[in-house]
Design a protein around this ligand. Structure first.
Ligand SMILES: Cc1cc2nc3c(=O)[nH]c(=O)nc-3n(C[C@H](O)[C@H](O)[C@H](O)COP(=O)(O)OP(=O)(O)OC[C@H]3O[C@@H](n4cnc5c(N)ncnc54)[C@H](O)[C@@H]3O)c2cc1C
Length: 302
C-alpha cells in the first residue's frame, strides 16, 4: 500500500463517511471541464475531519491542494500524483444578527441568497460568482464594484504548522484579486461576513439586475474559468484583447469567447495545452498592440 492509500484508509477509519475517490478526473470538478486524474480526491464532511486530513498530509509529506468549487483552476490533462481536499462538504451556514457565519465550502450564490432572504445587504455582487466562500476569500473575488474584503469580518484557517487561528479582515492582506492565503497556503475553514440591514425588495432587484447583466455579457452556457486574465493597471483585459483583434481566436478546443473577450471557453474537448497555448497567443497579441502584459487570473496546475 502506498502513502496515499494508507492516508485514505486512515482518513476513512477516523472519519467514516468521508468521500474518497481514487483516480478522480478533475474535469468533473472544474467549471472548465478540463483536467486529468488525481491520485486521491477526498471530501471531508466536517471541519474536524478536514483539519485532521490537512495536518496528516503535511506531516506525511504528501503533495496536496485544496479545491473549492473549481471555478478558477485549470488542471493539466496528465495524471497528477496529488491529493485534492475538497471543501464541498464544509457547508454549514448560520445567520446571527447582521452576520453570516459560514463554512468555506458554501457557495457564494447560496450566501447571497441567504443574505437576501434575511434582508441583509452587501453581498448582492457575489450572487453570480460560481465559487465557494473559501475560494472567494483566497482571491478576494469581486464583481460590479463589490469585493469579499468589504464584507469579511474574520477568517478561521489552519496555519502551515497545523494550528487553528482566526484573524480579522485587516490581517488578511486583501488586495485586488489577492489575499494572504495565496502566499501562505493556509487552509481557510470558515468565515464571518458582516452585512447591513437593507430593503429585501431592493436587494432582490439588484441581484436580478446583476444576473441579467451577466447573462447578456458573459458566455455562461460554455465551460470556462471566468476571466482568464487579471485587470491590468491600465485598462480592461477584455477590451485590450478585443482591440488586439483576438476575439474568436481558437487553439484546438479553446476559444477566446466571441461574447466576452476576457473569457477563454472550452468549445467541447479543449485540453490544458490548448488553453495555455491560447493564453500565450493572447498575451503576446495584447503586448504587441498595447505594450501591456496580462497576468493570468486562473490558477494553472501543470
Ligand atoms: C462563469 C464564471 C464567472 C466568474 N465571475 C467571476 C467574477 O465576477 N468575479 C470573480 O472574482 N471571479 C469570477 N469567477 C472566478 C471564480 O468563480 C472565483 O475566482 C471564485 O472565487 C473561485 O472560487 P472556487 O471555490 O471555485 O475556487 P477554486 O477554483 O476551487 O480554487 C481557486 C484557488 O483557491 C484555493 N482555495 C479554494 N478554497 C480554498 C480554501 N478553503 N482555503 C485555501 N485555499 C483555497 C485553491 O487551492 C485554488 O488555488 C468566475 C468564474 C466563472 C466560471
Amino acid at each position: 500500500m502506498d502513502r496515499i492509500e494508507s492516508f485514505a484508509r486512515d482518513l476513512n477509519a477516523g472519519f467514516p463517511g468521508t468521500g474518497i475517490f481514487f483516480g478522480e478526473p478533475m474535469r468533473k470538478h472544474t467549471t472548465f471541464r478540463i483536467g486529468g486524474t488525481v491520485s486521491l480526491f477526498a471530501e471531508p464532511k466536517s471541519i474536524e475531519a478536514f483539519v485532521w486530513a490537512e495536518r496528516e498530509l503535511r506531516g506525511r509529506g504528501i503533495e496536496h491542494m485544496i479545491l473549492g468549487n473549481g471555478s478558477n483552476v485549470l488542471f493539466s490533462d496528465n495524471p497528477h500524483r496529488l491529493v485534492v481536499l475538497s471543501t464541498a462538504r464544509l457547508d454549514t451556514l448560520r445567520v446571527s444578527g447582521d452576520s453570516l457565519i459560514s463554512g468555506a465550502g458554501v457557495l457564494l450564490s447560496r450566501l447571497a441568497a441567504a443574505a437576501a432572504r434575511e434582508g441583509l445587504t452587501g453581498l448582492e455582487f457575489a450572487q453570480g460568482i460560481p465559487g465557494s466562500l473559501g475560494g472567494g476569500i483566497y482571491m478576494n473575488a469581486g464583481a460590479y464594484g463589490g469585493e469579499l474584503r468589504e464584507v469579511t469580518e474574520a477568517v478561521t484557517y489552519l496555519d502551515v504548522n497545523g494550528v487553528l487561528r482566526t484573524v480579522p479582515r485587516d490581517e488578511c492582506d486583501f488586495g485586488y484579486r489577492h489575499s494572504r492565503f495565496e502566499d501562505t497556503g493556509e487552509a481557510i475553514l470558515s468565515a464571518t461576513l458582516r452585512l447591513r440591514p437593507g430593503d429585501p425588495e431592493k436587494i432582490r432587484e439588484r441581484m436580478e439586475e446583476l444576473a441579467a447583466m451577466r447573462r447578456e455579457k458573459q458566455p455562461m452556457n460554455m465551460p470556462s474559468a471566468g476571466s482568464t486574465f487579471k485587470r491590468p493597471k491600465d485598462g480592461f483585459a477584455a477590451k485590450l484583447i478585443d482591440d488586439a483583434g483576438l476575439k474568436g481566436l481558437t487553439v484546438g478546443g479553446a476559444q477566446v469567447s466571441e461574447k466576452h473577450a476576457g473569457f477563454i471557453v472550452n468549445t467541447g474537448n479543449a485540453t490544458y495545452d490548448d488553453v495555455t497555448a491560447l493564453m500565450e497567443l493572447v498575451k503576446r497579441g495584447v503586448y504587441e498592440s498595447s505594450g501591456i502584459t496580462l497576468e493570468p487570473e486562473v490558477r494553472l496546475i501543470p
